[in-house]
Design a protein around this ligand. Structure first.
Ligand SMILES: Nc1ncnc2c1ncn2[C@@H]1O[C@H](COP(=O)(O)OP(=O)(O)O)[C@@H](O)[C@H]1O
Ligand SMILES: [Mg+2]
Length: 261
């Protein structure tokens, strides 16, 4: 663990205590303590195989921790953690852009799987279009007439698509948004846009876990950072306490020696 990282105030939205995860002979996570507090963006860094995906899949409910591990949500121990439970509690994951339907208009994507209906039980297309237009101008900064809710997703840039995915998660009252390498395959400009959307999550008072192996993407937007190494937390940093140069230096040291000291 790192030296004297201050713990943020309040009760974590999500907290893992002593979480381990074993697959047969492979121990992917080992005694993980991890927390995300309200309104913070937490970065998750680590080399391939460090356990990042296993950790977030545990938060998402795909994996149950080995006996002895605990998952707490808003200060309550949850003993029947599952995908359905995590979703009920407002944990939303933004996958790669392929989670959107390319051939469908933006408004359709915005409400995919949770379409509002009229009192006659029909799809409320009018509402979906007007709400999409509102979200796009208020939350996504799309003021140009060129980006209209009726546009099909395939006409959008990668960064704009991530914007739709993130805005959708926030609209449906996500408490915690999980972003698994959201900048993968994006150009520099699109990456910049995506990072702005990540900042917006914080601006509306929600929390996020941001996974990326590119520290240049992670560092500017996060409040705190966890470094994972071979299934263990190798360091926790408050961004105000470590410069990017220092962090890079430490990451190299972890990669070389498995230790931060
Ligand atoms: N379902 C699984 N079955 C067996 N081993 C797994 C499984 N998921 C992950 N692992 C192993 O756990 C370790 C951590 O993997 P992962 O969480 O995907 O790391 P990361 O996302 O940081 O690259 C790796 O050694 C990986 O092979
Ligand atoms: Mg992974």
């Amino acid at each position: 663990m790192s030296e004297t990282t201050p713990t943020p105030a309040g009760t974590p939205v999500i907290e893992l205590r002593n979480v381990s995860k074993t697959f047969g002979e492979v121990r992917s996570l080992s005694g993980i303590d991890f927390a995300v507090y309200p309104g913070e963006i937490v970065g998750l860094l680590g080399d391939n195989g460090a356990g990042k995906s296993t950790l977030v899949k545990t938060v998402m409910g795909f994996h149950r921790p080995d006996p002895g591990g605990e998952i707490w949500f808003n200060g309550k121990l949850i003993d029947d953690w599952s995908v359905a439970r995590a979703r009920d509690l407002g944990i939303e994951t933004v996958y790669q852009e392929r989670a959107l339907c390319e051939k469908q208009p933006i408004w359709r994507n915005m409400f995919m799987g949770r379409e509002p209906r009229t009192k006659w039980g029909l799809l409320d297309v009018k509402k979906m279009r007007s709400e999409s237009a509102r979200l796009m101008s208020e939350h996504m900064g799309f003021t140009s007439a060129a980006v209209h809710p009726d546009n099909v997703v395939s006409t959008m840039s990668g960064g704009e698509k991530q914007g739709v995915a993130i805005t959708r998660a926030l609209y449906f009252d996500a408490n915690l948004v999980i972003l698994d390498e959201p900048t993968m395959g994006l150009s520099l400009t699109e990456t910049g846009k995506t990072l702005d959307f990540v900042r917006n999550i914080k601006a509306v008072g929600k929390s996020a876990i941001f996974i990326d192996h590119n520290i240049f993407h992670v560092y500017p937007v996060v409040d705190r950072l966890y470094v994972l190494d071979r299934g263990k937390v190798a360091g926790v940093y408050d961004k105000t306490q470590i410069s990017m140069e220092d962090l890079i230096d430490r990451l190299y040291r972890v990669a070389r020696t498995g230790s931060l000291t």
